[in-house]
Structure formats: C-alpha cells, structure tokens
Design a protein. Sequence first.
Length: 403
Amino acid sequence: MLLLLADFLREALGWKIPLAFLYFSTRMILAAATALLLTIFLGPRFIKKLYEWKIGQSIRGMDECPVLAELHGKKKDTPTMGGVLILFSMTISLFLWMDLTNVFTWILLLTSLVLGFLGATDDYLKLRFKNSKGLKARKKIAIQILFSAALALYLLCPSITESLSGKKILRAPTAKEQVHSKASTTASLTTSEYMDRFYVPFFKDPVVFLDGWLRILTFFLIIFVITGASNAVNLTDGLDGLAAGCLVMVSLVLGLFAFLSNNIDLARYLNILYIEGSGEIAVYLFALAGACLGFLWYNGYPAQIFMGDTGSLALGGIIGVASVLLRREVLLAIAGGIFVLEALSVILQVLSYRYRNKKRIFLCAPLHHHFEYKGWPETKVVVRFWIVSLLFAILSVASLKFQ
C-alpha cells in the first residue's frame, strides 16, 4: 500500500520520496519491526479478550497420557488461538510494506488466510464442544492437499498461469538461470520452466529436470512439501516457545535466500536461481520472523498464550509455500530440521505401534515429549531444540558458499 502511495506522490504530485523506503532490504526490516511491535503491543489486550471468552487450551487426559497430564496440567485453560494475533500482525505488515501488484504477495496472503481459517476452525471445534478433537485429520489433510494442488496447477500449467496473470498486475513469476559456458550468460525461464528444476543445497546446477510427463512428480512434490510443512510445525507446537522460536530461524534463512534470489548480480555470484520479485517473499518471511519473535514475548515459559492450530498450520504452510516458490524444498528440510525430526518421530511411532505388536520406539511422540518423559525440564528441551535449530540454520546458509 505504501509503495503505491509513494508511486502516486512521486509521479502525480512530483514529491521526492527517499528511494531507501523502496528497497527490499529496507522493507524487510520495516516489515519485521512492524509485525514485532504490533504483536507485543496488541498482546495484552488480545490475551485479556481470550480469557473473557474462555478460549483455553485443552490438555491430554490422564487415561491418554498420564505423564503429560501431570506435567502440563497447570497449562489447562491457558488462552489459545494466538495464531490470530500473529497472522493479523503479518497481514498489516503485508499491506504496508509489500508490493500489492506482485503475484507472490497474493499467493502468500491466500496461504495465510486459507490455512489460518482451517486452523481456526479446528481450534474452535475443540473449544466449543467438550471432548472434541476438532476437525478429523482426514478432513484437515484433504483441505491442505486441495489448496496445495490448486497452487501447483497455477505454477505448472502455462494455460492456467497465463489466464490468471496480467501484463502489469499479478504477472506470472519468471526466473533467469545462469548458463555456464565460455561466455557466461543467463537464460530466461517461464513459471513452469523454472518449476521444472529441482535444486539441492551445495550444488549450483539443478540436480533433476522434471519436465514433460515428469512434471507430475513436481505436482506431487509441491503438495507433499506444503502439506508436510504445515503439519510438521503443528506437531512441533507442544512446548512453550518451541515452534515460534524455530520458526524465527527458518523464516530468516528462507528470507535471506529470497532476498539473494531477487538480486541478479548476487544470484550470479552465488550461482543461485534469479527469481524476479522474490524480494516480496523475503519481506513477508521477515514479517513472519518479527511476529513470531513478538509472540515469544508472551509464549515463552510459562506461556500466557498458545498459537494453536490457527498459527501452526498457517505458519508451516507459509514456509512450505515460500520454499516451493524459491525452489528450495530441500533447503527447508535442512533449515527446518527440527520440524522434520518431530514429524518423523510421530510417523515412526505410529508405524511401530501398528506393525510391531504395539511396541513403541519413543517414550512419547512427538520427539519433544520423549525428552520430557526422560526427565528433562521443559525449558531445557526448548532451549536445546532451539540450539539444534540454529545449527541447522547455519548449515543452510553455509551451503551458499560451498556450492
């Protein structure tokens, strides 16, 4: 919005607007600061309202998980649905600091609204009806798959991409790939062409070209990444500050790659794909980091509020969508290593229980509860997971120079 206003003041009225406010780097910082301050200052009133509406977190019962019920019993009735506050702050930052004519802006906004509404519905059903577990897992996953499939069709089908794109507003994403030859040049790529390329950290060139009929693999990969990231963050959100702290690091890593991918000179120097307008992704990811950092002000131990499925499903989906748009799916798996480990622990636990005569691998799943069962204090589990998440983030950034 402010970009449109700046253009109007400069072109229609002849005002001199400092160019610094139009730079991606400046808008990334301002978006993060805006989301951070909004979350901190709106937090007390929001928490107070949630207490008035009696929107409290439910805890697993003694019959289901006796140890967790004993450890987390004091958290019962702590307000949840804090994801509404996070997403509200991010949306305000989006309208203030992002380019509303860029298609990435609207893809990320749509992701926030669709998955945020899905999570809010799940939270509402849990709170509204006693003993309710919210939406059935199949319904949630089905909606996530439908949304991911719709985005995949837009990115992979040229006819759909062109029909939904304009000449000046919401132009289809394009990219430029460096051609390594005696005379170093760049080749322009359409949306579907750059989506055909599969990149892996530490390798400068695409590892696989999934064009033609192989594009169906990219279609399923997009669905898997977005749905998987959304649910992985949801599984990680079980201890005070755990998911929010890890999200800060992951979003900053992806935001850095989005910023570098938007500068053709830096992209050429670092041997990464140049994606026109990907700086808008960086702005939103920095807003996400700022909002999560502000949320930690109230979500740190002992938590005054939880993000609930409203936040975890949406925020996980956002980083999943961002990684797809940047062609950095494997990078997300590395930077978000904690989310991957948490999801794998649940999958392995379920498979082991079902196919090994009810034998369990972990004392409790997801993984963070396993360490609680071993006697680690909650704060120690969270801080150590943050440290591991930081190591994964450092490794991800290091891949830039090792390729």
